[in-house]
Design a protein. Structure first.
Length: 395
């Protein structure tokens, strides 16, 4: 068990909180989705209510170690203030930490909130530079890890700070670790994992790890064609991860050896070109035309997959079933999202495109947990130790 903010007496203390305010902005620098800011509110409110002075750090985009107004966290400071109903002091320094920032923090009163400028304005951030970590640490008394989306990165603000301050988790990290850990290590059975996305390479370690744990593994998305190729099938112009055909063969064999029910699509929706306006044709997996490409799972595959979901007690889903960004090829992904929404199972959505799809189709409030970290959740499912989680003190 890791320590959380509930294990600290906050009155009079400064909470240095690493949040994930890496929010999407439009051309006018308006926030188009404030989900990540809202996700941190319970932790920020708790700290304020218990007498802490809250100093928040985050990154935004990839400014490549230089101050760039395009990546300023000012919009996040404004939006956070609106959500809290309280002014948030924005410590706008291109150095992130300097004398003026230290003065702002020193003059804080209980319940005040200061947001630092983008930590990636400093190239020392991604190098996990001890000097920068120490500069940040001087602004707090306790380090609160609340950025699951960057917990797989050993950066100054995500891990390095913990060399100088005691570290506890916020509510969001606590929730992420609980749901992902329970799903992988102590699932209610039957336990089903659904893997999608384009490349086998991105998911090899996850699939390897899950084959030791799941009862059923469903493969969809672009990587299904690499598995088809491994089975000796022709795939037309469909996407192929050529280097990993033998790996796919090995995974099919391993599933068989371990008694895991491996479910691959039995049909696919093909298109004449990579376009929503393309001519389409639904075919069995053995009959993919040489001049067409698979763009989504087919009707029979949807029935097969949704039946497995209905039988499940725990489901982890990572990766779309097709090119869901195009409405014509979104049905497979939408059907999975809907099946999870209608199921009584514990459903954990592993961030990234799967999370975006669940939101897009309006099922976000009907699944058990949507991870806020695509890359972090993948590495967690691979069984890797995440630096940003590892630094949290044990109880």
């Amino acid at each position: 068990m890791k320590k959380t903010i509930k294990d600290v007496e906050w009155k009079g203390k400064r909470a240095l909180v690493r949040c994930d305010f890496n929010v999407p902005l439009d051309e006018d620098l308006n926030i188009t989705d404030d989900t990540r800011i809202k996700a941190a509110l319970p932790t920020i409110e708790y700290l304020r209510d218990h007498g802490a002075r809250v100093v928040i750090m985050s990154h935004l985009g990839r400014p490549k170690g230089e101050a760039n107004p395009k990546y300023s966290l000012l919009p996040a400071a404004v939006r956070l203030g609106e959500l809290l109903g309280k002014d948030v002091v924005f410590a706008d320094s291109p150095q992130v930490v300097d004398d003026s920032v230290k003065e702002k923090v020193a003059s804080m009163e209980e319940g005040d909130v200061v947001l630092l400028q983008n930590t990636r304005y400093r190239n020392e951030e991604e190098k996990n530079d001890p000097g920068f970590s120490k500069d940040l640490a001087e602004l707090g008394d306790v380090f609160v890890q609340e950025a699951f989306g960057t917990a797989h990165r050993a950066h100054a603000s995500t891990a390095g700070v913990a060399d100088y301050l005691p570290c506890v988790s916020g509510f969001l990290i606590e929730k992420e670790v609980k749901f992902l850990s329970d799903a992988v290590d102590n699932p209610e059975r039957p336990f089903v994992a659904i893997m999608g996305g384009a490349k086998v390479a991105d998911k090899i370690q996850v699939i390897e790890n899950l084959l030791d744990k799941v009862d059923t593994l469903i493969i969809g998305g672009g990587m299904m064609f690499t598995f088809f190729k491994a089975m000796g099938l022709e795939i037309g112009k469909s996407i192929l991860d050529q280097e990993h055909i033998d790996v796919a063969k090995g995974l099919i064999k391993k599933a068989e050896e371990k008694g895991v029910n491996l479910i691959l699509p039995v049909d696919t929706l093909c298109a004449s070109e990579f376009s929503n306006d393309a001519e389409t044709k639904e075919v069995k997996r053995e009959e993919i035309p040489s001049d067409m490409m698979g763009m989504d799972i087919g009707t029979d595959s949807i029935k097969l997959f949704t039946h497995a979901i209905k039988e499940a007690k725990t489901v982890i889903w990572n990766g779309p079933m097709g090119v869901f960004e195009m409405p014509k090829f979104a049905e497979g992904t939408k059907a999975i999202a809907q099946a999870l929404a209608e199921s009584d199972c514990i459903s954990v959505i592993g961030g990234g495109d799967s999370a975006a799809a669940v939101e897009q189709f309006g099922f976000a409030d009907r699944v058990t947990h949507i991870s806020t970290g695509g890359g972090a959740s993948l590495e967690f499912l691979e069984g890797k130790i995440l630096p940003g989680i590892d630094v949290i003190q044990d109880k």
